[in-house]
Design a protein around this ligand. Sequence first.
Ligand SMILES: CC(C)(COP(=O)(O)OP(=O)(O)OC[C@H]1O[C@@H](n2cnc3c(N)ncnc32)[C@H](O)[C@@H]1OP(=O)(O)O)[C@@H](O)C(=O)NCCC(=O)NCCS
Length: 354
Amino acid sequence: MVDLVHVPAEPDHPDAWTVEGTVQVGDAVDLAIHGSTDISLDVPMTRATMTEPHRAVHRLVALPAGSPRTPASVVGRAMIGLPLVGNAHLAVVYVGVHPHWRRRGIGSALWDAGLEIARAAGRRVVISDSSYRTEPPPGPDALESPTGSGRIPADDDATRFALARGFTLEQVVRHSVLDLPIHVDHLRAAPGSDYRVHLMQDDYAPEWREGMAVLKTRMSTDAPSAGLELTEDPWDAARVVADAADIRRRGQGFLVAVVEHVPTGTLAGFSMVEYPLDRPAVVYQGDTLVLREHRGHGLGMLAKIAVLDELGGVRPAAQRIHTWNAQENAHMLAINVALGFRQASVDAEWQRPL
Ligand SMILES: CC(C)(COP(=O)(O)OP(=O)(O)OC[C@H]1O[C@@H](n2cnc3c(N)ncnc32)[C@H](O)[C@@H]1OP(=O)(O)O)[C@@H](O)C(=O)NCCC(=O)NCCS
């Protein structure tokens, strides 16, 4: 009924056409939900995910049985992400089926194959996510986040599928968009002499790599993760360098603002954005974090504004920034709302034991 093909990492492999197939289905799924492909993975981004040093990524595509082996025949796709450093007990499994090809068992076939890969890798927890165009009001048509913040539509293909597959809703994430240019002069504040901002583009200066590793490690524990079984994901300076190379390999540039705590010469916080070089209008907000011991001094806003100021010169055609925050992450959401981010869509974070 359905043929599954593994997507190879090598661009000269005979099945390399599957990369375009997976991108084509991703675009169709995203168009149906968001009305745009701003946040879809394109071919270079998809290829780059297949050879990341700190995560093994498997991809599968589904075709109606016997159809020609071309990208246009692909009607479904799966991604199985296996973290290799922290969180090695987890598999992130995502399945997407072209809206015209649903309820024919294609999602199930992809899902079963994905689960096999996760099982063979010895993973004991599966995490997945799904997106929805709007967050419903409270009521019988909404499924409430167990965190108490956020809701998703109960009557939706993805919700029904996840519940039928034994997943529990753990968290709701707000996707927001900020239209550029922005006017933030009223939000500017001098940081005081204890803090100083440094900006970097497309790489991390050697003197800040150790500090970035501390911040990235804290990011894995300090961002709210509700009931998701996430543990610390340790970073070191080498991983920071590898991560920068990874972003460049995806065909993206990045800007990062780090905040130095001047008396100790250590980093107190950072904020970064990434942008696909072939989509001049689009920017993604990456991580932002201020270490607990430095919170309450406006450093999150300071770092974000430093990045936004620089972005105007580096990506003059940028029109919008996408960001994702847990609905219970009140502090980060407050900063984003003050900057002018408006809610665009909503994501569910699902989990089930394996
Ligand atoms: C979720 C998704 C992958 C399902 O793909 P699919 O090919 O339609 O899935 P299947 O045909 O194998 O359906 C499997 C089961 O899921 C449930 N299901 C899926 N869609 C449903 C719907 N609209 N209403 C009720 N149940 C539904 C049913 O239990 C179904 O079994 P059944 O058809 O025997 O009743 C697809 O809807 C999709 O791509 N959604 C957007 C991407 C996404 O959010 N993916 C993440 C999901 S966690």
